[in-house]
Design a binder for this molecule. Sequence first.
Ligand code: ZN
Length: 424
Amino acid sequence: MKPDKPRSREPVLVNGIAYRWPERPIVVVCIDGGDPAYLRQGVEEGCIPNIASFMQRGFSTIADGTVPSFTCPNNMSIITGAPASMHGISGNYYLDTATGRAVVMTDPELLRGDTLLARFAHAGAKVASVTAKDKLRKQLGKDLAIARGNINFSSEKADRCTIEENGIDDVLGLVGMPLPDMYSAELSLFVLEAGIKILERERPDLIYLSLTDYIQHKYAPNEPEAMRFYCDIDEKIGRLAGLGALVALTADHGMNDKSRADGSPNVIWLQDILDKEFGQGDTKVICPITDYFVAHHGALGGFVRVWCRGKATAADVIRVVKTLNGVESVLDKPTVCELYDLPPDREGDVAVIAATNVCIGAAEADHDLSGLNGFRLRSHGGVSEAKVPFILSQPLNDEYRRKAGAAMLKSYQIFDFAINGTAE
Ligand SMILES: [Zn+2]
């Protein structure tokens, strides 16, 4: 299907950034949980030759991701080119103080403002977005005009795609892979293979490919399973570049081991501690990592929010949390919002950020860790997992080389750098 209006050559303005019209397909890949340590290991072992060549001949740095370092906030930052204070998605869950209920933040209505995918599509570009987990699909496809030939689907539900809903059907036939298991490396590899096939067949102007971090939650960089996954990713990345696309790589967050020496998870059960101190129901701890996809991390991450529902004030909570071992920082709402550019209306009264090798949970009884199956707990969410790769297959032009040299980049600048930074 062709766009119903002629393709504009005017720059596309999204959230204050003017994006030029791409001269060739731009493919941005978000390697979920793609801690820079995996790429270092891959380069050292010589198993990611294509990405290594981008790093050498294109552009490569380490950028700041969005804090909390979770999947939804970072994917939304990447596709809006903006911080969470602007797009509003600051976790997977927040507490609706009017109802006292935890609200899942994957609804497209909760995403504020425009995505650059939708804006480009409206300007007449052809856009495709493929994600591993279906929970991200609706936000990634917000206002993306499917009827005009744009594409949006998840590998998790690749067998159910229709032209009306996803802009594509028979995805399994096109990709040539069986429907992947929800907990598998193939769930991510399917996304990349789909990107290759769509690029070959339809040559979209923009493609966004978002993977899943199942492997990184399970395996450290020096484990063979992790490197096998990166080797498979690299082969597909090489094919995307081989088809003439500008390929950009980043991650939503890193990943750290959060277990003790004996292998048991190193967890602060914050709700239990606060209940003991202030009484049950006085405070509410929300773990914004929580989603339906928790077997590999038991809903334990490095960043939680506390809402004060009774007599304890933010200052009271901070006084108690400050004394706990394994807490990197405990901040009241105004401070955490200012420091990490977060939307105040979705912030708790207190934010608690864990140290590198620690996780923070709510009440121990509410977390099911049976899905770890004897594996060490590896997770993310804190500041210690907010450094991510920022890699382009081509070198920067002079203007963007200067920009990159002047300040630490944000991962949400990846589309800006891929589109504007590589144009002559
Ligand atoms: Zn993630």
